[in-house]
Design a protein around this ligand. Structure first.
Ligand code: ZN
Length: 245
């Protein structure tokens, strides 16, 4: 059984794994009255099966949809376990289609392990035989609202350098915002200037109606914390500017 954390009346998460070498981002679970909606899927079939089993043991309603924050493998590769439609931005559909055409899967992750032997990936030969990239059956552009009865999700396309398809998912009734990796640097960056977090994007996302912000690879953040880091970053930028003039 996995340890889920309850964030608000409808929102639970599987927190990201502390060991970065597991590349296991946060998975969100929205428990509506009659259905469960997942935010991202788990980074392997094994983990997705464990998520499913833990939800069943909790007595959660059946999973009806998965929503992708963006197309990266660690957020989408568990999808085929659930057998339900995926929802994502139009660009996620485009990127995942490309990944499917290029057969991104086992060889791609093997190459990652060759480059970084510390990586721990939980995939068996049977899992790879079963694996397929699940394309979003439902896509949106700009902004969309999904009504699940007692809870609704607002999807907002924010893009950014990390992934052009980044979507922020707001759990409207609960004041919880899933950020995915939207304000992170570009993956596999080479230029040190590209290692900066996009604090301007994070500042723009601050909204008084939301108390909790949950990104892919950090613990959940409260609004006061986000305000603090955004302000300290703004201050740092101002100091650097006055230094260079
Ligand atoms: Zn990512």
């Amino acid at each position: 059984m996995l340890n889920f954390t309850q964030i608000s009346p409808h929102v639970w998460i599987l927190p990201r794994h502390r060991d970065k070498n597991r590349v296991q981002p946060t998975v969100g679970m929205i428990l509506a009255a009659e259905q469960t909606i997942l935010i991202d899927t788990g980074n392997s079939l094994k983990l997705a099966r464990q998520i499913q089993a833990t939800l069943a043991a909790m007595g959660a309603p059946p999973v009806s949809r998965v929503v992708y924050t963006h197309h990266h493998w660690d957020h989408t590769f568990g999808a085929c376990v659930y057998g339900v439609p995926a929802i994502a931005h139009r660009l996620s559909h485009q990127f995942l289609t490309q990944m499917r055409q290029e057969n991104v899967g086992e060889t791609f992750l093997r190459t990652k392990v060759e480059r970084n032997p510390n990586l721990i990936l939980d995939w068996t030969a049977e899992d790879w035989a079963e694996f397929e990239i699940v394309l979003p059956e439902i896509t949106y552009e700009g902004r969309d609202c999904l009504d699940f009865g007692d809870v609704s999700l607002e999807l907002v396309h924010v893009g950014g350098v990390h992934a052009a398809d980044s979507t922020v998912i707001k759990v409207v009734e609960d004041g919880v915002m899933f950020l995915g990796d939207c304000y992170y640097p570009a993956p596999g960056y080479e230029n040190p200037a590209d290692q900066m977090l996009d604090m301007a994007m994070l500042a723009n996302l601050l909204d008084d109606r939301y108390d909790t912000y949950i990104d892919g690879h950090n613990p959940p953040m409260q609004t006061s914390f986000v305000r603090r880091i955004v302000h300290s970053q703004a201050l740092l930028a101002r100091i650097n500017e006055s230094r260079s003039t």
